[in-house]
Design a protein around this ligand. Structure first.
Ligand SMILES: [Zn+2]
Length: 99
């Protein structure tokens, strides 16, 4: 039995980006990969189901999202992305040890 289309509020449904579950949009949590949920202009939010949102780490991840975006996450192929991300991570680590 599938409950995929069980949307009691009749609203839109979204897919959780972590586990892939389809949940009613009203029951999902918005996730902004740019780390700024308050600036909504021209953005498309991604969603997490409540279980995944509860499980994810809510501690501030200073600079991580910016680094992912800068490395081209989701826009270039995996190989290129990993290379780029490692470069940025090393650069970041280097900058910290110079302090
Ligand atoms: Zn989920």
């Amino acid at each position: 039995m599938t409950r995929l289309h069980d949307a009691p509020d009749g609203g839109a449904q979204v897919d959780c980006i972590a586990c892939g579950a389809t949940v009613a949009r009203s029951r999902a949590r918005e996730y902004d990969k740019h780390g700024d949920r308050w600036d909504r202009d021209g953005k498309r939010f991604e969603y997490l189901c409540k279980r995944c949102d509860d499980e994810r780490c809510h501690r501030p991840r200073a600079g991580l999202e910016a680094m992912l975006v800068e490395a081209g996450a989701g826009e270039i192929d995996r190989e290129e992305f990993l290379e780029s991300f490692c470069y940025l991570a090393r650069r970041e680590a280097g900058a910290e040890s110079e302090e």
